[in-house]
Each structure stands twice: as C-alpha cells, then as structure tokens.
Design a protein. Structure first.
Length: 293
C-alpha cells in the first residue's frame, strides 16, 4: 500500500513538473505510469529529438529535458510506480481515493492529478495468432531490465531506432542475437544502422532482412520463433526471448471508464480550476491549483 498527498497519473513532463509545484506547497507526490521510465513520449519515442517550444530553451533534446526535470524534482523525493497502468479508482470512507494498478499495486491519496497526455502507450503487436499466450513468458514489448537477457538467445524484430539501439546494446549481453526486419533498409538513425551492419559482419549478431516473425513455438514458455523470409521461405530459430519493437500507439485506456466527460479523447475540464465533471465525493477528483506568487 502506497500513501501520498497527491497521486499523479502520468510521469511525462507535465506530471514531473507537477511534483515541483506541489513540493513548493509541502505536498508529497507519487507518480504512476505504464512506461518503464519517467518522461513519457520524450523518453520512450524520441529522446534524441530536439524540442523548440520550452520556455527558456531555444533548443533542447527531449532526453535532456527529462533529465533536467528529474534533477529539479529530486529535492522533493517523489515516489514512482512504473511499468504499471492506472486501472481503477474508488472513494474511501475517509474521503481519500484508492487507485489500483494493472498489477494490483494499491495507492492511497487525497488528490489525484491526471497528467496522462494522449493516454496509455501500448505496444504495436505483430499479427501472430498465439503471441498473447507467450507475453511475459518469453515475449516482451519493452526492455525493462537488460540483465534478464544475459546469456540468453534473443530475437528482436523491427527496423526503427528502438530495434537498432537495443540490438546494439544487447549484442554484448545475449549469447545469441538475431535482428529480423521486413525490409532491406532501416528507418532508424543511419549511424545506428551502420553499427548493426558492423556487428553483423563481425559475426556478433545475425541479421535477417526481408523477413517477418510469423509464428511462435513453445509449451507455455517460448522456445522458438518461425520466420518467413521472402526468398528462403520458413526459417525456425531456437530462442529464449522474442522482442518485437514496432513502436507504441496511444490509447485512452481505463480513463474512459472513470465517469469523466470526454470529447475526442480529451477530458473536458473547468478552466477556472481544472476540475472535471466528477464531484469530490465520487470516484475521482482531479488536478491541483498552481499558486501564483
């Protein structure tokens, strides 16, 4: 059970800066996010992308902005529940609220601030009929702890920055690593693509282009993948982990079930105090006023 003054749903830039403003009022904050690291889109999708619309920064890399935000809120010692989605909210008898995450972690707070942006980011899954039965049993869509792959056989699928970056990083961790990509060229950074080709030429990894993972093998635990190659046909590889990295797509998720007024995936609020249509005595109270000094 995690207790705090303010529970912030969403650990992106808005959620992180809320910790700072609340800290000035001596309020403790805890953040929950479905992604494994703070920073939201900035960390997960484009950490090396320059941003031009941040006050005081003519230009700043997305990853650097997240680093600065984390440093700014460090004195207020916020808590984090990461890699778990905010699932349900209920009102307690003492007037506080209990939020339960997708993994059953319970949080108690007097105020809940929704800083969910576009909603939960969910992985784009390849169209493999039995993939759901192997999730968390050899199939992972996000690399949370690289050490779990040490000495293991890994197959990564994708051709973007995430697939290239993790291929480069895990090449020194895995016992065997194969990158599968449906095209012959990559969408990721040219420098990263060159490094992957160098690893392939040196025999450090295997690269299968013009290929797609179309089947998974195993009895409850992943044991192998079936790859369809445009020219060679069906290829079977023994593997311990399959990591499809085809990007993330935003979805409103459980927020849509909390009784809030929503228009075009946006929560309708009163711009005077950023409150929602849900009164304080129902399952949700949202936002905190930011003082003007």
């Amino acid at each position: 059970m995690i207790e705090t003054d303010i529970l912030i749903i969403g650990a992106g830039p808005t959620g992180l800066f809320t910790v700072f403003e609340a800290g000035l009022l001596k309020l403790r904050c805890h953040l929950i996010d479905s992604l494994p690291l703070p920073g939201g889109q900035l960390t997960e999708i484009y950490p090396k992308k320059p941003i031009y619309d941040i006050p005081g920064y003519p230009e700043v890399l997305a990853g650097d902005l997240v680093h600065n935000l984390m440093k700014q809120i460090e004195p207020f010692k916020p808590g984090f529940t990461l890699g778990e989605r905010a699932e349900t909210i209920e009102k307690l008898e003492d007037g506080r609220f209990k939020l339960t995450s997708s993994k059953g972690t319970e949080h108690i707070a007097s105020v809940i601030a929704i800083a969910g942006g576009l909603g939960c980011f969910e992985p784009r899954k390849p169209p493999i009929s039995n993939i759901a039965s192997f999730e968390d049993r050899g199939v992972e869509y996000i690399v949370k702890d690289p050490e779990m792959y040490r000495g293991k056989k890994i197959v990564i699928a994708g051709g973007g920055d995430s697939a290239l970056d993790w291929t480069i990083f895990l090449a020194d961790v895995a016992s065997e690593l194969t990158l599968v990509h449906r095209r012959s060229d990559f969408r990721g950074a040219p420098d990263s693509a060159d490094k992957v080709l160098e690893l392939t030429e040196s025999g450090k990894i295997k690269l299968l282009t013009q290929s797609q993972v179309t089947g998974l093998q195993g009895n409850g635990i992943l044991k192998g993948v079936e790859i369809t190659h445009d020219e060679q046909g069906l290829i079977t590889l023994d593997t311990d982990h399959f990591i499809p990295l085809f990007g993330l797509s935003p979805k409103l998720g459980p927020i849509a079930d909390w009784g809030l007024q929503i228009d075009k995936n946006a929560i309708i609020i009163n711009t005077l105090d950023y409150s929602t249509n849900v009164p304080g005595y129902t399952p949700l109270v949202i936002s905190i006023p930011i003082p003007v000094n």
